[in-house]
Ligand binder design. Structure first.
Ligand code: ZN
Length: 341
């Protein structure tokens, strides 16, 4: 096999850390796990872009890669941002410094690096990685990925392409309304989301939902539970570990999350007739017993499917921590192929 001459970088800018990966023209990732550098995004674009550039040099050294082989870079960040990488004028949790408002982070990084830079939001980037990990690059398959974190991220890939939409809000799966009244165990509950909607996927299926809605709901009926005396934020973070150990109340919370996903996936099946569904995030980064139970509960929450769709697979997102960086790199590689760079 000849040595790879062209390499693209994947740069995942998170709240506190930047994670890097490299993808060569044979389709091999040159970094196995995380390769992180502090993000410093709270200090504004100038400091943060310098951090990204410096961190890229560090990552090149770590991967024993000659930086001159880089032909493009893919960047992904939390939103909200336009499809071309212009951050929201209203600011956001991850970009609080006033100089970020309306800042074109893609163009800013392109100028610093002197390389073509592509942009995806973090959910869409992770969805692209989940998709390619199943179908390979250059495929024409369709998949829907849901990633459970503080919020609910993810994306839709149709015919091998990320659906970003007209304004960059395509694949905002967390804010799709679901018929939550059909979920057993939460009768009468009014689940609110930060976006202002009631009863969307994120309002039930996220760490925020556990803290704000589900844990208080279930604790109210079980005042003697060990988590009842704890501060709610700290208690919410312990729910997964307790659920893994079989705590019935914590399992009930994850059952509601799985059932919510099941209803959501049913909607997606009827819209896209996809080749695969993918689930990622904290709930999946657990032991096989809990993971299989959770996947089983997702299926149990789905209305019965047509015969042709009954065997639709639900995959677990592999390499979840690096999903954003890998998806960003895959997007850059696509642009390199299409433009013949
Ligand atoms: Zn919402």
């Amino acid at each position: 096999m000849s040595p790879a001459e062209k390499v693209v970088a994947g740069i995942d800018l998170g709240g506190t850390a930047i994670n890097y990966t490299f993808l060569d023209e044979r389709g091999e990732f040159l970094i196995e796990g995380l390769c992180e550098h502090p993000a410093r995004s709270v200090e504004g674009p100038d400091v943060c872009l310098t951090q990204i550039t410096d961190g890229l040099d560090v990552a090149c050294r770590a991967a024993n890669l000659d930086r001159r082989k880089l032909v493009a870079a893919g960047l992904d960040t939390p939103g909200p941002a336009s499809g071309s990488g212009v951050l929201s004028r209203k600011g956001s949790t991850n970009f609080v410094h006033p100089a970020w408002a309306g800042f074109d982070i893609r163009a800013g990084l392109e100028k610093r690096l002197g390389l073509p830079v592509t942009y995806l939001n973090d959910g869409n980037a992770a969805a692209l990685w989940g998709h390619v990990s199943i179908f390979g690059s250059g495929n024409h398959a369709t998949s829907v990925s849901a990633i459970i974190g503080t919020g609910l991220g993810g994306g839709v890939i149709v015919d091998g392409r990320v659906v970003t939409g007209r304004n960059g809000f395509g694949g905002e799966l967390g804010h799709v309304l679901i018929p939550h009244g059909l979920i057993p165990g939460i009768e009468g509950l009014v689940p609110a989301c930060n976006c202002g909607r009631t009863g969307d996927l994120e309002s039930l299926c996220s760490l925020t939902a556990i803290r704000r809605t589900l844990l208080p709901h279930f604790l109210a009926a079980s005042p003697g539970h060990p988590l009842a005396g704890e501060e709610i934020g700290a208690a919410a973070k312990r729910v997964r570990a307790l659920a893994e150990r079989g705590d019935p109340l914590c399992r009930d919370i994850f059952r509601v999350q799985a059932r919510a996903l099941g209803l959501f996936f049913d909607e997606m099946i009827n819209v896209f007739d996809p080749d695969a569904l993918v689930v990622g995030g904290g709930a999946m980064e657990t032991g096989p017993e809990f993971r299989d139970w959770f996947l089983g509960e997702i299926r149990a929450g789905m209305p019965s499917q047509r015969e042709e769709q009954a065997t639709l697979p639900i995959h677990v997102m592999p390499q979840g921590d690096s999903a954003g960086a890998r998806g960003a790199a895959l997007d850059a590689a696509r642009v390199v192929r299409e433009r013949g760079l």
